[in-house]
Design a binder for this molecule. Structure first.
Ligand code: OAD
Length: 225
């Protein structure tokens, strides 16, 4: 059994399955967000340019929903591992609410907004948001990496650096189908790290991992303590 205590440079690479036990739906599969909503209407720049009010209604509803959820034991176990790096694809902020610091948010955050004209990025915890416009009058946009957007270069570089240095990568609750994020486990393996996948189901990346733990995030993480 792989024990977290036996490693010194641990990276957790997390996806929507980690927040599933907090009651936040995942994106794919039964009950997945993208089964119910077409991302082309709610989660891409073109949709926002066409109808920012509609895209904001969707994101405000997500703000309301997630604000009412709590981090679960999986988030808490991850936050309790000293010196670990958290790289997440999640935008829900639940890692931070569980106490993780320095979280690398590959896909941005539901809790930040940015103004295309001023270029300012601001934390905003309101649910729903009080003003959808910047002081300059321009529509604010959720600071989320939507479909067809580029990832933030600095965040991706920091994630790559942490992965290149790690001796253990623990991938938790991700289908591994969204790139370039899904390339990160490969990088860890190429560097000779031990790589564990926690997921109740097999994924397209499963054959890459040195160990696969089939079960829920909180249960499997507890086993690694
Ligand atoms: P997905 O919805 O693609 O995958 C969720 C994974 O979690 C699946 O493989 C499930 O089997 C697994 N899972 C479900 N319940 C679990 C549990 N209790 N414990 C552990 N695993 C569980 O979500 P992501 O891989 O995170 O982008 O998706 C990647 C990106 O696609 C997201 O960041 C999102 C989406 O478009 C943005 O929000 C910008």
């Amino acid at each position: 059994m792989i024990r977290l205590n036996d490693f010194r440079r641990i990276v957790f690479f997390t996806g929507a399955g980690l927040s599933a036990e907090s009651g936040v739906p995942t994106y794919r599969g039964k009950g997945g967000l993208w089964e119910e909503y077409d991302y082309r209407e709610y989660a891409c720049q073109r949709a926002f340019d066409r109808d920012p009010g509609k895209v904001w209604d969707f994101h405000d509803e997500r703000r309301r929903f997630i604000a009412a959820r709590e981090p679960n034991d999986g988030h808490r176990i991850i936050a309790s591992v000293p010196g670990a790096t958290v790289i997440t694809q999640n935008i829900d902020g639940l890692h931070q609410r569980a106490g993780s610091a320095g979280v690398l948010e590959l896909h941005g955050s539901l809790w930040r907004v940015r103004c295309a004209r001023c270029g300012t990025v601001t934390e905003n915890p309101e649910a729903p948001i009080r003003s959808r416009r910047c002081a300059c009058g321009t529509w604010l946009r959720p600071d989320i990496v939507w479909f067809e957007d580029m990832l933030d270069v600095e965040t991706m570089r920091a994630a790559g650096d942490a992965i290149a240095r790690c001796d253990l990568l623990v991938s938790v609750g991700t289908s591994g189908v969204v790139y370039p994020a899904a390339d990160l486990p490969r990088l860890a393996l190429a560097r000779g790290a031990v790589a564990v996948e926690i997921n109740p189901e097999e994924t397209s990346l499963s054959p890459l991992y040195t160990h696969c733990l089939r079960g829920s995030a909180s249960e499997m993480l507890a086993r690694m303590l």
